[in-house]
Design a protein around this ligand. Structure first.
Ligand SMILES: [Zn+2]
Length: 113
């Protein structure tokens, strides 16, 4: 009656949770519930509109005109964005664009150069 993961050491299914730790009563192995989740997140891959894998520091171009919120202007199609930083979130690229400053972009609207 439990959805907790089996013990990675002895595969026991009697794992229980205590204060953010998973504990195995059979071999006394303890591991962090949080560490397990973080490990999954690091496997996230960012891809541009064409399916190329993006990495921190890449240069991309914008593939469609992007209107900025609050009348901040338009980032024109073809705008080159250097040294991107990949982040989690709705806008998953953190970058700085000449004339606009720091802003967030979506990977689906850019293409790797
Ligand atoms: Zn165990």
């Amino acid at each position: 009656m439990s959805t907790l993961p089996a013990c990675p050491q002895c595969q026991s299914e009697f794992t229980y949770e205590d204060g953010g730790l998973y504990i195995c009563p059979e071999c006394a192995h303890e591991w962090s519930a949080q560490a397990a989740e973080t490990a999954e997140e690091t496997t996230k891959v960012w891809r541009d509109a064409a399916g190329n894998i993006l990495q921190d520091g890449d240069t991309v171009t914008v593939i469609k005109d992007l209107k900025l919120k609050g009348g901040g202007g338009v980032v024109k199609i073809g705008t080159k964005v250097k040294n991107i930083r990949l982040v989690d979130g709705d806008h998953d690229i953190d970058c700085k664009i000449d004339g606009f400053g720091q802003m967030g972009l979506k990977t689906e609207f850019v293409k790797k150069v």
